[in-house]
Design a protein around this ligand. Structure first.
Ligand SMILES: Nc1ncnc2c1ncn2[C@@H]1O[C@H](COP(=O)(O)OP(=O)(O)OP(=O)(O)O)[C@@H](O)[C@H]1O
Ligand SMILES: [Mg+2]
Length: 291
């Protein structure tokens, strides 16, 4: 191990010791198939968590596509790109959306993430390490499918929400991504969200299909967080560029998402089953990014 890498690890250790009282939980949101509603889910889930008193930061990890900011109608002058170029600090690249929701745009920065010099990696880790204790949750909204970058976030975060719809193609792709990640790393904890359900029964049946196959073939438990109703308010809200839970708080989608969030908070995973803290996340990320 180089001196620099050792120094970096010491720094991370030190930071989490200092700020350790309120650990930040890191969760990746992903899907097999694209367009299943990850970004809308991430945004409105984050807002629901905020309304329940938690502080949340969304990291838009969808390469090249500025999704989250478009959904909020907020522009983001700086992104991860400026951090990696060492032009800005982590605090400079945090943008604020509705209800004080914080987010970081990925922009083209993710393409650079895989070829960072050791010096850039130091800066990245030192800066992102400062987020520890700053918020309760960091949610990574990823692109669909298993790109190299998405995989890194899933493996580093260790806690992943897989979004699917009841459509058979979405179900098989969700299963495929779980299987692929599981074959590489047994420690990643998966949970399901079924989006666009017509009723609770359809949600449960969809979740059962995935969890039963996962149990049978991988001996893997995949709990379900909950369901979000299929609702035309979502598409209306996307067009208005206002998150659906704010534009249509009484809609079926907003109500079901609120219940889902309540269930998420009351069925918290035991500490030993939770994903990474910022420290664990950075340690794993650095290991994967090191040339
Ligand atoms: N619960 C819902 N009810 C009805 N329509 C929905 C719902 N969730 C998502 N949609 C529709 O699906 C579209 C895509 O949603 P979103 O952009 O969140 O998907 P995504 O998984 O992030 O896509 P990508 O894979 O491209 O990142 C929305 O614009 C909306 O029209
Ligand atoms: Mg998206």
């Amino acid at each position: 191990m180089s001196d620099q890498a050792q120094e970096l690890r010491n720094l991370i250790k030190h930071q989490s010791a200092v700020q350790g009282e309120r650990p930040t939980r890191i969760i990746t949101v992903t899907s097999g198939k694209g367009g299943v509603g990850k970004s809308n889910f991430t945004l409105n889930f984050a807002l629901a968590l905020q309304q329940k008193g938690f502080k949340v930061l969304i990291f838009d990890a969808d390469i090249g596509l500025a999704n989250i900011d478009v959904l909020m109608g907020v522009s983001s002058p700086y992104s991860l790109y400026h951090l990696l170029k060492r032009e800005k600090t982590v605090w400079d690249i945090i943008n604020t959306g509705p209800q004080g929701l914080q987010f970081i745009a990925g922009g083209s920065g993710f393409n650079d993430l895989i070829r960072l010099s050791e010096e850039q990696l130091d800066y990245f880790a030192e800066q992102v390490g400062q987020l520890n204790g700053h918020v309760d949750f960091i949610l990574f909204d990823t692109g669909a499918g298993l790109s190299k970058e998405t995989l890194k976030f899933i493996l580093a975060a260790q806690e992943t929400i897989v979004v699917t719809t009841p459509e058979p193609t979405s179900i098989t792709d969700a299963y495929a991504i779980i299987k692929m990640v599981h074959s590489m790393d047994y420690d990643v904890k998966f949970r399901l969200v079924v989006n666009r359900v017509l009723d609770w029964k359809e949600g449960r049946q969809t979740a059962d299909k995935i969890s039963m196959v996962a149990k049978q073939f991988m001996n893997l438990d995949i709990p379900t967080i909950g369901y979000v109703m299929d609702d035309s308010s979502v598409s209306k809200a996307v067009r208005k560029q206002v998150p659906f839970s704010l534009a249509f708080p009484d809609s079926a989608a907003a109500k079901s998402l609120n219940e889902l969030t309540q269930d998420f908070l009351s069925n918290q995973m035991p500490a030993e089953n939770q994903g990474a803290s910022v420290k664990g996340f950075l340690n794993r990320m650095i290991r994967m990014l090191k040339p």
